[in-house]
Design a protein around this ligand. Structure first.
Ligand code: ADP
Ligand code: MG
Length: 578
């Protein structure tokens, strides 16, 4: 086919196809424009999931009568003027494409007045063609109404998701922007119903309570960190609030909502070993970094960015998330429902919740079981309180008293945690980890087992086994890891070797190492049903107190539950009911 320059009506639609994929893309572009215009109030209205109508009203700086035509042209932008500006973008928009693209695929109406003008304007554009412009009187700010989206590109309509999905996406985007820009009053009306209304008073907990339920909003842990390179702020799940997908992890980077699976996995790494397999946290994380450290010009809808130094950001996120969890949640609290409390249904309309909006309201809404102030650098924050042993229950649990109530410790899970940290630390310190046998023991194994063993030789050595080949299909065990010295050496070795049917990777990488340690811990840990002497029980508690992550076993199950004094008093009717 011959090469041609596409006529304008075609080219504008193609580009529009990139920027405007669906109603939520329009909402996002309009929102971003209003924020860039310095609005302190933004109201969005949606009809038929945005397919019939999307309207955005703001009180930002507005567009002047003279600039109104150019604003709607492709590549018209007030936000950058040179390619150098692209290196340090501070605004959300910069391509000058959104208004033109949206107007090309809808019946578009814009009204605006700029601060320094007496008179405003109203323009109507249908499928990219202006059908009328007139001067009007109105307040400073802008109103944009987008009707019948894709009326002239019906093929696009077919790709739209069900109304319910589109509506959910719109709510999601608007509420996340409202959360980040908590100093702006946002409202969102969908099909005539108010679904979000924030008051611009910077109280993010209050906004969280509109996004999630009140309890979740109160319980999310505050993330707060800064160094020379970046700042992290936001909210993340305590260990008892999880979801079955990773879709509840959101990032704002320099005020821009971005989708970054790598950063999501940094968050998930932060929770590694603390959540059950297949469970994920809820996280809203705000990252601030120098604009020269990111490239925002990599995606048509600006949904992705490129970090120049993503490793550094990845490591910081993982570390700070871990510290935040450890600092706030040293143990699992018993949810009241275990005790069959009849909680009166909280019938508080979302908008009536009145959190204390003082500067430290974030601390105040934390439950009384959590430390009032958290110093992320202090090692103490990880620890359990000193516990006094009460005794063993059902040969499976250990009851202990702390300053803030009763603790029930699962002896197997706790021992697994203790062993896990011991082996991990010993291995990484590389000292005296092996116990030499007085007489080496030779073992002969079937071919499949030998193959498995040989693949894991490095890993076995790292953990403290010393093995020597001893003819075909045979090895001599010279030394076993200290921690396994009480076991029969052959059994210890067999426990360590993966019984995983998938062929294990040969590398001593953290993942394989951890898997091996978990296998050993599971096998080695004392079981439920085992009688423990008072001394053994005390030792277990003491060892657990010394763990870095005392509250879960390596597989993510709780090692203990905590019944607070407060809960006991309520249950016994000594204090007002829940
Ligand atoms: P971009 O945001 O990439 O500059 P847009 O097509 O979204 O491109 O908008 C074009 C221009 O129109 C903007 O640069 C801005 O000057 C003006 N504009 C758009 N929306 C608004 C608004 N709500 N308030 C004030 N000015 C606006
Ligand atoms: Mg824009």
């Amino acid at each position: 086919m011959p090469i041609i320059i596409l006529p304008k009506e075609v080219s504008s639609k193609i580009a529009a196809g990139e920027v405007v994929e669906r109603p939520v893309s329009v909402v996002k572009e309009l929102l971003e424009n209003s924020i860039d215009a310095g609005a302190t109030e933004i109201s969005i209205k949606i009809e038929q999931a945005g397919k019939k109508m999307i309207e955005a009203i703001d009180n930002g700086e507005g567009i002047s009568y003279e600039e109104s035509d150019i604003a709607l042209k492709r590549y018209a932008t007030s936000k950058i003027s040179s390619s150098e500006d692209l290196e340090k973008i501070q605004t959300l928009g910069f391509r000058g494409e959104a208004l033109a693209s949206i107007a090309a695929v809808s019946r578009f109406m814009i009204e605006s007045r700029s601060e320094n003008q007496e008179i405003g304007f109203n323009s109507v554009i249908e499928g990219g063609d202006e059908t009328g412009k007139k001067p009007i009187g109105r307040s400073v700010g802008t109103l944009i109404r987008v009707e019948d989206l894709f009326f002239n590109v019906p093929a696009r309509l077919k790709f739209l998701k069900k109304d319910i999905t589109e509506r959910r996406l719109i709510s999601l985007i608007v509420s996340r922007y409202a959360l980040f820009y908590a100093g702006i009053r946002f409202s969102l009306f969908q099909e005539g119903k108010k679904v979000l209304a924030t008051n611009g008073n910077n109280n993010r907990r209050e906004i969280l309570s509109q996004i999630y339920d009140i309890e979740t909003a109160k319980s999310l842990l505050k993330v707060n960190y800064s160094d020379d390179y970046l700042q992290l702020e936001g909210y993340t799940s305590p260990l008892n609030i999880t979801r079955s997908t990773r879709k509840e992890i959101f990032f704002f980077i320099n005020g821009r909502l971005v989708n970054d699976p790598v950063l999501s996995s940094a968050i998930i790494r932060g929770y590694h070993g603390l959540l059950m397999v297949g469970r994920f946290p809820i996280t809203n994380l705000f990252i601030n970094i120098s604009p020269t450290e990111i490239d925002v010009n990599v995606h048509p809808t600006k949904a992705e960015i490129r970090l120049k130094n993503s490793n550094q950001v990845f490591t910081a996120i993982q570390r700070i998330i871990r510290k935040t969890i450890a600092a706030y949640a040293p143990y699992a609290a018993v949810p009241p429902r275990i005790w069959k409390t009849s909680e009166p249904t909280k019938n508080v309309g979302n908008l009536e919740i009145n959190f204390n909006s003082s500067a430290d309201s974030d601390q105040e809404v934390q439950s009384s079981e959590k430390p009032k102030s958290v110093h992320l650098d202090s090692k103490k924050a990880y620890c359990l309180p000193l516990l006094r042993l009460i005794g063993q229950l059902g040969l499976t649990y250990i009851a202990a008293e702390g300053p803030d109530g009763l603790y029930l410790i699962d002896q197997h899970a706790a021992h697994e945690r203790i062993l896990f940290e011991k082996i991990t630390n010993q291995g990484s310190m590389d000292e005296n980890i092996s116990q030499f046998l007085l007489e080496p023991i030779s073992i002969t194994l079937p071919a499949t087992q030998i193959e498995r063993l040989e693949k894991q030789l490095d890993l076995l050595a790292w953990i403290g086994f010393q093995l020597e080949p001893f003819g075909p299909g045979a090895y001599k065990i010279m030394a076993v890891p200290q921690v396994l010295s009480s076991m029969d050496p052959k059994e210890a070795l067999m426990t360590a070797i993966s019984d995983d049917q998938k062929s294990p990777k040969e590398l001593v990488d953290t993942e394989n190492r951890e898997k091996m340690i978990k296998r050993i811990c599971k096998r080695l840990a004392m079981k439920g049903g085992q009688v423990l002497s008072t001394q053994e029980q005390k030792q277990l508690i003491q060892d657990l107190e010394n763990c870095k992550n005392p509250r879960t076993c390596p597989h993510g199950r709780p090692t203990m539950i905590h019944i607070s004094v407060d809960l006991l008093e309520r249950q016994f009717g000594r204090r007002g009911s829940v």
